[in-house]
Design a protein around this ligand. Structure first.
Ligand code: KMH
Ligand code: ZN
Length: 318
């Protein structure tokens, strides 16, 4: 499988399924997996549908509130590993109100093959969701969580990022570098130039968060062009569009341009303009169908391990 991504010669596509998220609340949709068992089942089904990587957060089973509990993370990643060889990618972004120490503790604890790495600080506004309606129902804490983002900065300072660079190296974990805005690409360049990140880096362009770059085709092209200028051919990439139809519009662009794809209920709750998604597997199935139209087929976890130079499942700590 090629790691090279320019042009149409890249056959295999690495599809990440972002299973539950930490910046949404369960009242937005009954489909969002909450308990460890629900998260495991949803991840295994997403893999069966074609996902190569499952990006994971955990939630308090009783309330659905985003959590940084290492016990919950361990239960989820071990439960998935018992059933399949999908690449698990825990978050280090966590949810609103978590410290960096809490967010990044999965690295030494689980020593996963991959984990997310957030490449800059920015406002992360979810409060319009509380105003918009069309959701299933909200508890009081959910309204507070969403409304509280009016005054929320998703903190990833240079000092934070330098710490996480050390932690991913120590854990033997490949970071998925989440870039939400064009300036974040220059932060990655700084960390690479300092020798703190190994190359080739893997970048996830995350577009459509309120407070960062918009999920338009123009902004996506601008960020990809900037990454090409900064890193030449020495990076792999994927894109995650937040919301509908952004998730599938960006997926189509990625498939066309030789990138990889992320879909999932963390980012988007709709399967089509008229239908809400009932499962992550449905979103993955739609991405697989879209990929086939561009002569791309899903990579297996082992093909992705080779393309990304991952250490392998035998070397994780769960
Ligand atoms: N839901 C993403 C937009 C991470 O997992 O590290 C933000 C996020 C990042 O949750
Ligand atoms: Zn996430």
């Amino acid at each position: 499988m090629h790691a090279k991504q320019e042009g149409a010669d890249v056959e295999k596509v690495i599809i990440s399924a972002a299973i539950t998220g930490g910046m949404t609340v369960p009242g937005q949709s009954d489909a969002i997996p909450i308990t460890p068992d629900e998260i495991v089942d949803s991840a295994v089904q997403a893999h069966a549908a074609g996902a190569t990587i499952v990006h994971l957060h955990v939630r308090e089973p009783e309330t659905g509130k985003p959590s940084s509990s290492l016990e919950l993370f361990r239960e989820v990643v071990s439960g998935i590993k018992e059933q399949c060889d999908v690449i698990v990618q825990p978050t280090t972004g966590g949810g609103k109100g978590m410290t960096l120490e809490e967010r990044a503790a999965v690295l030494p604890e689980l020593q996963p093959e991959m984990a997310t790495f957030n490449t800059g600080s920015f406002n992360f506004g979810l409060f319009p969701i509380a105003e918009r309606g069309g959701c299933d129902r909200f508890e009081e804490w959910e309204m507070e969580y969403l409304e509280g983002t009016r005054d929320y900065i998703f903190r990833n300072t240079f000092s934070d990022m330098e710490k996480v660079c050390g932690m991913v190296r120590e854990a033997g974990t490949k970071p998925e570098l989440e870039a939400y805005d064009v300036g974040h690409l220059y932060n990655i360049e700084y960390l690479v130039d300092k020798g703190l990140l190994d190359t080739p880096v893997h970048i996830q362009f995350v577009l459509g968060v309120m407070g960062a770059n918009a999920a338009t085709i123009e902004q996506f092209i601008h960020m990809r062009r900037t990454a090409l200028d900064l890193f030449g051919e020495d990076f792999t990439w994927s894109a995650a569009g937040v919301g509908y139809p952004a998730e599938f519009h960006l997926a189509a662009m990625c498939l066309m341009l030789g990138g990889h794809v992320r879909v999932g209920l963390e980012d988007n709750l709709r399967l089509s303009r008229r239908e809400r998604a009932e499962t992550n597997a449905q979103l993955v199935e739609k991405a697989v169908a879209l990929a086939a139209m561009f002569d791309r087929e899903p990579a297996t976890p082992d093909e992705a391990r080779e393309a990304f130079g991952l250490k392998g499942l035998q070397a994780v700590a769960f």
